[in-house]
Ligand binder design. Structure first.
Ligand SMILES: [Fe+2]
Length: 227
């Protein structure tokens, strides 16, 4: 979807003037315009490739553990069996497929569209199996974030402050609470503090981008290999 189409209720000019780098923007949708970006079936296909043989097919996987720490498939020394992972999933740990825009054509081409207006980008996919799943505590990201809510319901807490050296996330003051349904979009400027609660099983995709400096990034096209 073109960037101008995504933010059509306000338009690019107003987005740049009023929101970019300054404040959050929510665009609600009557229908789930993001349903083809990533489905429960896509997640099932992905997670079933975990430890199926000698090859590492799920290097992007990260898990928010019950104690709030993060387990990272690529970097954590601790090994997890398929059964241990399934238990974590069922018990409410959120799973993150980081840097995974290549998993579907929709996500790939969405990055391409954003990169006409931003620098190089990526998509992280956040998935939770139940209501009250474990998610990250209050934090800020170093890039602008466009959150596509794809499956289920989620509650966002947006804080007034932006991350600075002297400011700690736990001192942040709540600015607003936003509930997102399937097909809704949320823009969060870089360094703005935020946190989520899951209200049901959910899939959300965060597209995040560096600033456009000089030449736009030229992403390869998605090829059609179908006969
Ligand atoms: Fe974040």
């Amino acid at each position: 979807m073109k960037f101008e189409e995504l933010i059509s209720p306000i338009g690019i000019e107003r987005f740049n003037r009023e929101f970019k780098g300054k404040k959050c923007l929510v665009i609600k949708s009557e229908e789930n315009i993001f349903k083809d970006y990533f489905s429960w079936r896509d997640l099932d296909n992905y997670l079933n490739q975990y430890k199926i043989g000698a090859w590492d097919r799920t290097p992007q996987l990260q898990v928010v553990l019950p104690d709030g720490n993060k387990w990272c498939k690529k970097k954590s020394k601790e090994y997890k069996t398929r059964d241990e992972l399934l238990k974590l999933w069922k018990d409410g740990s959120s799973f993150i497929l980081t840097l995974s825009e290549f998993l579907t054509q929709e996500m790939w081409e969405q990055c391409q569209e954003f990169e006409k207006h931003y620098g190089i980008g990526q998509a992280n996919i956040y998935c939770s199996n139940n209501k009250e799943a474990k998610c990250f505590p209050i934090h800020a990201d170093s890039t602008d974030n466009f959150l596509f809510h794809v499956r289920g319901k989620i509650r966002w807490y947006i804080y007034k402050e932006f991350a600075t050296n002297e400011y700690r996330p736990n001192d942040a003051t709540l600015e607003k609470v936003i509930d997102l349904d399937e097909g809704d979009l949320l823009y969060i400027p870089k360094k703005k503090y935020h946190k989520v609660d899951t209200l049901s099983p959910r899939i959300s995709i965060s597209f995040h981008f560096t600033d456009l400096k000089g030449k736009p990034y030229k992403r390869n096209n998605w090829y059609d290999w179908k006969p």
